[in-house]
Ligand binder design. Structure first.
Ligand SMILES: Cc1cc2nc3c(=O)[nH]c(=O)nc-3n(C[C@H](O)[C@H](O)[C@H](O)COP(=O)(O)OP(=O)(O)OC[C@H]3O[C@@H](n4cnc5c(N)ncnc54)[C@H](O)[C@@H]3O)c2cc1C
Length: 418
């Protein structure tokens, strides 16, 4: 099965998968490329799921037109899941989702793992209608399908996805309660001072933000629903709200759970491929260029935990980061010596009509210097030990982007604040 014509096999046909395939071709890799994806869709973009898709402005936003795959000689196999990997044989086992008994062995010369994340859910949520997570287009369309009939929603977890869903449902006319055990939304990523500004944004739009309290219990109604006139009825369990740890109850036609995700690594069982410790973010342990502990196997994107030049390790769940890792891995496989320009880390989040952007790698404990705040839009710089570590802006695209060069070299915060 293995051999020089087996080419590159990519597991996961999401953002990282398609970008590494594309970058390999752009770097003149002319071997076979096979892209295997467990969803029944071609590669599509996830950021719109919590924004324009929920708002009804977009359906699926594909990352490439259908003809791209033939034109680039990239073999796209969707609706197929890699269930096992054998690094010794240089093979993967592939199962068709609509035929779980099917099993095919596919050889590779180089294997790339880009399998993303699986959202966490709440205990007691299984089999209860009206409870949603949001990772895939199928998740988004299932949630969107219930919005018109819903008047109330609880969003559990005020991370980026929770905040974006709260904003979108609010914009769709649903009364939203956002529940977060931390002192503010986005506290872990941006610190509590910026988190307070995000709270203000949601409150100004009419969202009830409950912080410092978690969800204790999901509240449900059980009804008899006859499947047909002859049927005596089957039981249906539907969410009706949540009870919070402070004893209060919040009514909800819809509950969206945004309490984080875990790296998809189940198919690596028995492969011997090293995983990163949970304390450092978990996922697949990689060196500075995406190589895993097994020969000829790389990992990138949300599932990958890359070692940094500082020796620290990090797993990042952002779009631009995934694209940059795909470029690095493709360059390494295609053995190009072209320079990849250094860029500061970047991510964004769209909430209401505001674009929140972060450049650099601020930590929640860094000192925040808020330099502009008009009650909605704001701009702040982060520093640690007197050195600029990042910039955050809401509705401040130009000012954020102008900070780029300063984040490429150690810049005293005093120089930035002028
Ligand atoms: C709702 C939402 C909104 C977001 N918004 C933003 C944003 O505003 N800004 C930002 O910076 N980032 C955002 N992100 C994050 C960004 O989309 C991710 O960082 C990016 O999608 C990661 O790409 P990936 O290829 O690692 O994983 P994914 O895009 O998740 O792709 C992984 C693919 O692998 C498939 N797969 C898993 N296991 C197997 C297997 N065994 N065999 C075959 N296929 C498998 C999965 O089904 C999936 O299709 C958002 C994410 C979500 C979910």
């Amino acid at each position: 099965m293995s051999g020089s014509d087996a080419g590159v096999v990519i597991v996961g046909a999401g953002l990282g998968g398609i970008r590494v395939a594309e970058s390999l071709r752009a770097n003149n890799y002319d071997g076979q490329i096979t892209l295997i994806g467990a969803e029944s869709h071609p590669p599509y973009d996830r950021p719109p799921l919590s924004k324009s898709v929920l708002l009804g402005k977009d359906d699926r936003v594909d990352l490439k037109p259908a003809e791209f795959f033939d034109e680039s000689s990239i073999g796209l196999r969707v609706g197929e899941r890699v269930s096992a990997i054998s690094p010794d044989d240089h093979t993967v086992t592939v199962e068709k989702l609509d035929d779980p008994a099917s099993s095919e062995t596919v050889g590779y010369d180089t294997l790339i793992l880009a399998t993303g994340l699986s959202p966490r859910t709440l205990p007691g949520a299984d089999g209860v209608s009206g409870i949603h997570v949001l990772r895939s287009i199928d998740d988004a369309l299932a949630l969107r399908g219930e919005i018109d009939d819903a008047s109330t929603a609880v969003i559990v977890g005020a991370g980026f996805i929770g905040c974006e869903v709260a904003a979108s449902l609010n914009q769709r006319g649903v009364t939203v309660t956002l529940v977060e055990p931390a002192p503010t939304p986005l506290a872990a990523a941006l610190g509590t001072e910026v988190g307070a500004l995000v709270t203000r944004l949601h409150q100004a739009n009419g969202v009830d933000v409950r912080t410092g309290v978690g969800v204790e219990e999901i509240l449900t109604d059980v009804s008899q629903e006859p499947a047909s006139p002859a049927d005596t009825g089957t039981q249906a369990t539907k969410v009706r709200g949540v009870r919070l740890a402070d004893g209060s109850e919040v009514t909800a036609d819809i509950v969206v759970v945004g309490i984080g995700s875990i790296p998809v690594v189940d198919y690596l069982d028995g492969s011997g491929i090293e995983l990163a410790p949970r304390e450092s973010g978990g996922g697949i342990a990689c060196d500075e260029n995406g190589a895993t502990s097994a020969p000829d196997i790389y990992a990138l994107g949300d599932v990958a935990n890359w070692r940094l030049e500082s020796g620290k390790t990090r797993r990042v769940e952002h779009w631009t980061h995934t694209v940059e890792q795909a470029t690095v891995v493709a360059h390494r496989i295609a053995k190009t010596d072209a320079m990849i320009p250094a860029t500061p880390a970047y991510f964004w989040s769209d909430q209401y009509n505001l674009k929140i952007q972060v450049l650099g790698r601020p930590e929640s404990t860094d000192q925040l210097h808020l330099v502009d705040d008009d009650g909605t839009k704001f701009l702040g710089y982060y520093s640690r030990d007197g050195i600029l570590t990042g910039v955050v802006g809401a509705g401040k695209v130009g000012a954020v982007m102008r900070t780029r060069p300063k984040l490429l070299t150690p810049t005293p915060i005093a120089d930035v604040l002028g």
